[in-house]
Design a protein around this ligand. Sequence first.
Ligand code: C5P
Length: 308
Amino acid sequence: MASPVTEAEVVRVRVAGKVNLSLRSGRRRPDGYHSLSTVFQAVSLYDEVDASWAPPGRFSVQVVGEQADQVPTGDDNLAVRAARLLARTWGAGKPLGADLVIRKSIPVAGGMAGGSADAAGALLACAVLWDLDISPDELRTLGARLGADVPFCLAGGTALGRGRGDELTSVLSRGTYHWVLAFSDGELSTPAVFAKFDELGLGSDHLDVPDGLLNALVSGDVQALGRSLVNDLEPAALALRPQLSHLLEAGDDLGAVASMVSGSGPTVAFLAANEPAAVDLSVRLSSEGLCRAVKRVSGPVPGARLLV
Ligand code: C5P
């Protein structure tokens, strides 16, 4: 870990959101989770988490930026829970506290792991703030206790997630992929989407990564990647939010290589052939007025990183 931080300093971590290039889900398990096989790609849409010294036992959070009013700021905030968990398990009995500030760009409950990203950012920022002797692997193991996507948010890049999505293997990926994201008004709760998934009887016993996906990534073939994208949660998200189908159709009409719901939605991700095509698609999509906002991103990018 970095050298100790003085009480006046702020530790700032930048952490990326994700899209799932494939998300295959089994049936609900006795613990309420679903076994997954998912290929994550971290994309260049970032939240920032600042951590600074606070009196022992004080853990506060302030949220600024897009949709800040939709994020809880009490003890149920995932970043606060992350800081408390880290202090409790790795603080060696030291009296610790932290004031956190989260600058949000990743949509709230949007299917891009925004909450998990903030937890990942808080873990790394506090580990540095408090000068804890914890390795990246140990941080990821701890992160899995806060949410299935937290280990990936720490790691970033491209990775295959198994189990609840938290058992990661890195995946070789060549080149940069260009995406256009369409953010919708309102949220979709991940548990509600999984509950709809169960109700529709969609769980499969075969959680294979689609044929061709890993080869497409190794060869950097965007068209082949487009043909391999799959999201088992998409029918459930569409059942809860039927108007998303207009967005998916618009992407296809406007020349996206592929269109899909990101994770549990409601964000829709459009894969573009290259950067100019992404610019063109984002302009045309914005003028359709089908969503709250449109944003161009690229991936893969690194996971949680220290800025200052
Ligand atoms: O792990 P996390 O708290 O982010 O997950 C949110 C919810 O999503 C879980 O409580 C569960 O309902 C659902 N989920 C699931 N199976 C997974 C991951 C998440 O059912 N593998």
